[in-house]
Design a protein around this ligand. Structure first.
Ligand SMILES: Cc1ncc(COP(=O)(O)O)c(C=O)c1O
Length: 385
């Protein structure tokens, strides 16, 4: 077994205190989506979707074609904005099934919603052609694909609008971003409550301390014993990254601290690191048959390394016992999604586990993650093939 040396590898990047005082830099401003003059900062991805969809000018109560594999916050946002949904299938490579989409089009459909899963591009050329042919809008959900490109076309640049969940890729307490071909949306968003920003920034700082060996055990104990208190306090304010639907979020933009923290961001370096880490894991784990994505085309900036495993909860526990964080995204269906779409996405909802590959992880972290996953996947109970 590979020792965790007492340090924890979180699934998302954490916040180093020095980043609070980073020298101002403009790297991030020149990179899509932040280089768009009509771009809008919001509290999170769902807020960007809510603001952007109003600006698209779709017929009220029209129907949006929506994929069968989703988080659920997108659905709640579209329903809260007054739209109806019609689902389409996603194929085994996480691609929107174009023939299925074609079959479901009629005069009620005003837009096609696509999600770039894990940062991997949908097939944009035929999707755009389909939207033009049928005169419908394209909404690109880039919640998982900040800084990702399809070769040299940034994800989010093709659609009529695109939404981003900035805090999933970067160590900021919250933050969503909207780009829209319809220009700046006519919405007034407010600064989020300071209590929310404080809690979520503190959480990111604690995650960082957990990645450093000394003091980790003590801190972990303190963090565990105060969990109930922290949960209660969090309920008194708004939080990003929650699977619960909280319409209070919809009126908030991003706090000025996000503007400060983003100064430390070097997009090209982030893409390079994430790609290297992903490719390293792929080379170590391809033979197990567990990686859900088996190639990385040029320009892709992956969010996680997705694995398909049996006994997912135990697998995650075994990783956690070795100091490796993971997430199991999207375990639940949404009541708006009917059969046969529920069954079609069931395998992913039960078996996908997302492994960290973020920009703060170096060779020694990736070796530890790779060896641990390989060792676990050697056990027949975790294998799906
Ligand atoms: C695909 C997708 N779209 C939209 C959202 C909503 O983004 P946020 O949680 O930043 O509001 C999420 C959240 O996880 C998501 O996964």
């Amino acid at each position: 077994m590979h020792s965790s040396n007492g340090v924890f590898i979180p699934v998302y990047p954490s916040l180093r205190p020095t980043e609070l005082f980073a020298a101002p830099s403009e790297h991030w401003k020149h990179v899509f989506p932040f280089n768009r003059s009509s771009g809008l900062w919001t509290f999170s991805g769902r807020v960007a979707l809510h603001a952007g969809i109003q600006r698209l000018g779709l017929p009220p109560q029209s129907t949006i074609l929506f994929p069968s594999y989703f988080e659920g916050a997108e659905i709640n946002t579209l329903l809260a904005s007054g739209f109806k949904l019609r689902f389409y299938h996603v194929d085994r490579n996480f691609h929107a099934a174009l023939e299925d989409i074609e079959k479901r089009l009629d005069d009620d459909i005003s837009a096609l919603y696509i999600i770039h899963y894990f940062g991997i591009p949908q097939r944009l050329a035929p999707i755009l052609a389909l939207c033009r042919r049928h005169g419908i809008a394209l909404i690109e959900d880039c919640a998982l694909s900040l800084f990702s490109s399809d070769h040299d076309i940034p994800l989010g640049a093709s659609g009529d609008m695109a939404l981003f969940s900035v805090y999933k890729t970067l160590p900021v307490p919250h933050g969503g971003f909207l780009v829209s071909k319809m220009g700046f949306p006519n919405v007034a968003l407010h600064k989020p409550p300071s209590r929310s920003t404080f809690f979520q920034t503190a959480d990111l700082l604690v995650q960082h301390i957990k990645t450093q060996a000394p003091g980790r055990m003590l801190l972990e104990r303190l963090w565990t014993t105060t969990e109930n208190l922290r949960r209660t306090l969090a309920k008194t304010t708004v939080v990003s990254g929650s699977t619960e639907w909280d319409p209070r979020l919809l009126c908030y933009s991003a706090s000025p601290i996000v503007g400060r923290l983003i100064q430390a961001v070097k997009p090209a370096e982030i893409v390079r690191r994430r790609r290297n880490n992903f490719t390293f894991l792929l080379s170590m784990l391809a033979d197990t048959g567990a990686p859900a994505i088996t190639e990385l085309s040029q320009g892709v900036c992956p969010l996680f390394f997705p694995l398909l495993v049996n006994e997912r909860a135990q697998f995650r526990q075994a990783l956690s016992a070795r100091g490796i964080g993971s997430v199991s995204f999207w375990s639940k269906n949404h009541s708006a999604c009917p059969e046969p779409f529920v069954s079609a996405a069931a395998r992913w909802r039960q078996q996908l586990v997302e492994i960290p590959i973020h920009q703060q992880l170096h060779e020694e972290h990736m070796e530890r993650i790779g060896h641990t996953c390989a060792e676990l996947l050697n056990k027949p109970c975790y294998r799906t093939t």
